[in-house]
Structure formats: structure tokens, C-alpha cells
Design a protein around this ligand. Sequence first.
Ligand SMILES: O=C(O)C1=C[C@@H](OP(=O)(O)O)[C@@H](O)[C@H](O)C1
Ligand SMILES: C=C(OP(=O)(O)O)C(=O)O
Length: 458
Amino acid sequence: MLVKQPDWETRSPWSSHNDKQMVKINPPKAAVNGVIRVPGSKSLTNRALIMAALAEGKSDIQGILRSDDSYWCIEALTKLGVQVVIEGETAYIEGCGGVWPNRNAELYVGAAGTVARFLPGALAIAIGEWSLKGGSRLSERPLAPLLGALTQLGARFEYKKTDRCLPFTLHANGLQGGEVIMPGSTSSQFISGLLLAAPYAKDRIIIHIDGEIVQKDYVQMTLDMMASFGITPEEALDGQAIVVPTGKYQAQSLQLEPDVSTCCYFWALAALTAGTIRIEGINATITSQPDIEILDILEQMGCTVIRGEDNVEVQGVRQLKGGFTISMKKWSDQTLTIAAMAPFADGPITLKDAAHIRHHECDRIAAICEELSKLGIRVDEHQDGLTIYPGQPVAAVLDSHDDHRMAMALSLIGVRVPDIRISDPGCVSKTCPDFFEQMSLLGVDIAYEQGGIEQDGR
Ligand SMILES: O=C(O)C1=C[C@@H](OP(=O)(O)O)[C@@H](O)[C@H](O)C1
Ligand SMILES: C=C(OP(=O)(O)O)C(=O)O
């Protein structure tokens, strides 16, 4: 069995199971029932950390995620001379007021798209010279529109390997104000990355958005977090332009929500085992995390969803319903989750409008089609998604493609089918290091195995 070789350097000290070649999953003995908590949102954590670091004063951010993506964010801020103290799930951050204490540093961002897209702007506002490097896949992921806009506003990038990609050295001398055009179709993170830096420019910045924004709610999440740190940009009525006033973030005390993207795997677990999972700490009506949309789809598939004041409960059914098409444009991170549930539905499911996920941790459309095919499931690959047909998956050894969401989604097959093996279980630490422990506590049969796997450096 040949699988993609993981990029070990991207695994942080908060990672685990990197010594395990494979995880073997077997269905639980009974319906899975439980009341659980999941760790803080990656997206909220990295936004809050960077804005607190830019702010004036000392912030405390409670409920942070402790995973690879947040570790590399904290590590980079620390190398920039910002004092960050972590106590349990609280981060205390001494803001630098927009003047990074260390004007010269080598920064490593792991595999974190959020850090790669949020840090360049935050650095470009100040004076200094920093080199930025990331994992091999992250160095292939697009950055050009963001770096182009920052260049137009005064930053200078010296590319080490490929034009407008990581790794590079940033020569920063502050950002000018002005108007820039940013495309919305490849990644919402470009817009978020410019937005969060923009208040520190010399004059106001107007961002014109070209076309529809994928995963638009993450831009709103950035705007909301900016408002909680005291800066309120103005949006044009059609949403295609955002005016960011100049100003400085003010230190805050914030409590972050759990990671709804992680919650989805556990709600899907209830759905697939006719069990009940309640997750505490989430209010489905007020969260800004787009993956909450999964609840509507679970209802469409026949599950019962109870949206509480501070929790969400999903009750599964014996037979899930299929026979529909969903646009994944708004909540694309869950494309893999729905694809993994789809073989157990009673009709085909088509997932569309997600071409941009080909630029995520792996080409997620190609990767999920490849792995579902190994299970004997019929799939049709489309440029912007896939169609999955009902079927009975067979035992197989699956490749996680060094992608946390591939591993977590594929593990859902194992809650219905005996002897599902997935390579490199440690990759889940990008956003949920204790994923398999939580599955095991809920009754899913989790075992680790060594051997039988060869890695190629694709
Ligand atoms: O801003 C964010 O926190 C995120 C934006 C989305 O990325 P893209 O807009 O690049 O698809 C999402 O996939 C990612 O997990 C988190
Ligand atoms: C796409 C993802 O991550 P990022 O872009 O933040 O690396 C994800 O977590 O699914």
C-alpha cells in the first residue's frame, strides 16, 4: 500500500500519534450516544490571536484551540517578540500596538492556511524584514492575489522559489491607503488577510471584491472580530466593496466558540449510527461559523436536530435520505463529511460549487473520489464537486493524503463498515489532535497499527 508521505515538519508539539502508521476503525457495538465538548474554533483562535497581538494592551482569549494551526500562529507571534502566555485553553497576549518588537525574524507557518494568509498583511503594516516559510503543500497553495494587493499598497516580497508563493522574504515599510481589487473565487482568506491588517495603513483602504466570494461567512467572521477589537469597516450594500477606516485594535477579553467544523464529524457520527450526540457550547442561531449549515442537511437526510440555547443535539435515523444536490460554496470544509456519509443514503448526492477545495490541504475533490472508489463506491468526479451513489463499502486501506479533514471524514465510514484502515492518523492534529480519543470514548472501536504502508514523496 502506497500512501502520500506526510510533511512531518508541519506537526507541532501539540500533535500526537505521529508514530502510528495507521488507525483501524470498527463500528461501535451500539448506537453512539453522548454529550461532548469540542475544542475552540481554529478560525476564531487565529483571528483573535493575531488581532490581540496587533492591539494596544493585554488581551485574554479564552477557549482557544490547541492544535498545529494555532501552535504555528502562536510560535510566529512569539518570534515577532510578542509575549503570549498559554494557560490551559486561555491565551494572554501583550499587544504590540502595530509595532512588532522583533524587526527581523524567520517565521514558519506549518500547514496553516489562516496563518499564511493572515500574517503577511499584519507584518506589512510595520517596519521590518521577515522571512516566511511553510510546509510543502502550503507552499503550493495560492497566495498571489493577497501578495499582489499588499505589493500595490507598499510591501516588497522577495520570492525564494516560486513567484507569489511561500517561501519569501517580506521587506515591510508600512502600508499606504488606497483602493485594491481582490478576487473572491479562490479563497476568502485573502480578503480576511487584507482586512485585518488594513486599519494600520496610513490611510483608509477600500477593498473591491471581484466576483462572488467563496466561504463568504469567514469574511463576515473577520469583520465581526475586528468590531470586537474596536474597528468597524463599512460594507457596500451589494457586499462587493469594504471600506476600512484607520485605527488601532484595543485589547479584549474574549470567550471563543467551539470549532463547528469539528462538531460536524460528531453530529455525522450520530446520524450514521442512529445515535444521539449533543455538543455543548454552541448556539446554532448566533454562530458565525458557516459549517453550522450541516444541520439543515442532516434534517433533510432524516435526522432530528435540536438547537438549544447553548448546545446542539443531533439524533440519527436507521436510513438516511439522499437524492439531492447541495451547493457547498458557503461551507466547503464539510464537502468531505457529506461525501463520506453519502454511500449510506438511499439516493445519490451531488456536491457542487466547491472547485476551490482542490487548493486546500490536498486536492480534496480528487482525493475523496479516489478513496471512495477504493471502498467500491461509485463516484462521478466533477470539476467543482462530485456525485456519490448509495452502496455498501468494503474493507479497505485508505490514504489520508496528509489532510486532517480527509482522515476525520473517512473515519466515519468505519463507524458502519468493519476494518477500515486510514494512514497517518496523526494528521488530524491540524485542527483536532484528540479526534480519535473522542471517537473511542463514544464507543467507536479505534486501534492503531504499524506496517504494511509505504510512503511516497508525491
Ligand atoms: O478564514 C478562515 O478561517 C477559513 C476560510 C476557509 O478557507 P478558504 O476561503 O480559503 O476556502 C476555510 O476553508 C478554512 O478552513 C478557514
Ligand atoms: C482549508 C482548511 O484549512 P486552512 O485553509 O486554514 O489551512 C481546513 O481546515 O479545512
